[in-house]
Design a protein around this ligand. Structure first.
Ligand code: SAM
Length: 321
């Protein structure tokens, strides 16, 4: 019954009225009403899943914020199992109606930011690889993305294999930016530690009800299949040492971007001696007055390695004295 018409503005309005609902700004509710976009986003996600599985099996999808179930229906067609997490209690009975015939869909009424994500993924999907697909609520786009990325262990194959999301164009550009560009930020470097991001296509404001004031775009993050060792060479062989190194690199990234106008030496001075950072930067072939926004994620990791080695060498010297 809902096969094609959930994208009709009049049907959406009728449906909301039937359940005495209206779009809630506080939950970032901008429902997709474009007849092709929900399918296009779900298919971009599933294409990634198919490529990864190389026809050998099925994957599962996690949707954040199903809203009226428009994209959920498309995901249901393409994935073996779909779990959709919705914060708005008022939408749950409505979703029960619009997804009644989608037997592989599970709706969970929860705040996605409060989930213990690794445990939730195991509970919902067992060992099945998971592809996240969502039209994200704009007010919490970055915390959601950070939560998804944090679920990936640096040394292991991640359960979340890809993230295909509709976000503000500005965020999509940030996720895909190159070091040194105005859009490059801490989140860009953090993404690079777990995978690669690609902007797929733009979505006009007229594709939503109500219309947002900003333009939007779909971005896809493909996570490294075996963790960060797939992307950076020369990393420690021990998983424990690698986890510690990536933790340290993330700390450097967050300090390096906290005050963009400062040189990296000054930005890190609360934690590392200025001479120490300058010398580590020189070893990497970087100018000691470089700013944090010019370093790639890989360079942050190498810097973390250098700083650790120098600290180790220093404590060895002081122990021998
Ligand atoms: N997927 C639907 C669509 O494309 O039409 C709705 C997208 S709408 C931009 C965002 C959805 O996320 C809403 O359904 C909203 O209630 C839900 N949402 C907002 N904050 C949430 C949170 N913290 N956890 C789970 N869902 C949330």
């Amino acid at each position: 019954m809902w096969e094609n018409n959930l994208c009709s503005p009049s049907v959406v309005k009728e449906l909301l009225a039937k359940y005495q609902l209206s779009p809630r700004k506080g939950f970032g509710q901008n429902f997709l009403i474009h007849p092709q976009i929900p399918r296009k986003i779900a298919e971009a996600s599933a294409a990634q899943a198919a490529e990864e599985m190389q026809g050998t099996g099925f994957s599962c999808a996690l949707e954040i914020g199903p809203g009226l179930g428009t994209m959920t229906r498309e995901l249901s067609r393409l994935y073996r199992r779909v779990t959709a997490v919705e914060i708005d209690r008022g939408l749950i009975p409505l979703l029960g109606e619009t997804l009644a015939d989608c037997k592989n869909v599970q709706i969970v009424e929860r705040d996605c930011l409060k989930l213990d994500l690794p445990a939730f993924l195991r509970e919902q999907f067992g060992d099945c690889p998971v592809h996240v697909c969502a039209n994200l609520p704009y007010y919490i786009t970055t915390p959601i993305l950070m939560k998804l990325l944090e679920a990936a262990e640096p040394a292991q194959a991640p359960q979340i294999r890809s993230v295909t999301v509709l976000v503000q164009t500005e965020v999509a550009d940030r996720l895909c930016a190159a070091p040194g560009s105005a859009a490059y930020g801490a989140i860009t470097a953090s993404v690079r530690l777990v995978g690669t991001a690609k902007k797929l296509f733009g979505v006009s404001a007229g594709s939503f009800l109500p219309q947002p004031k900003v333009s939007s775009a779909v971005v896809q993050i493909q996570l490294y299949v075996n963790g960060v060792r797939d992307a950076i060479i020369g990393l420690p062989a021990s998983d424990e040492a690698l986890n510690a190194l990536i933790r340290q690199a993330k700390e450097l990234i967050s300090l390096g971007f906290a005050q963009r106008r400062k040189t990296l030496v000054n930005a890190l001075s609360g934690v590392y001696e200025k001479d120490e950072t300058a010398s580590a930067l020189r070893t990497l072939g970087l100018a000691p007055d470089i700013r944090g926004e010019r370093l790639s994620a890989e360079q942050y990791v190498t810097l973390a390695q250098q700083l650790t080695q120098k600290k180790g060498a220093q404590s060895l010297v002081s122990a021998q004295k």
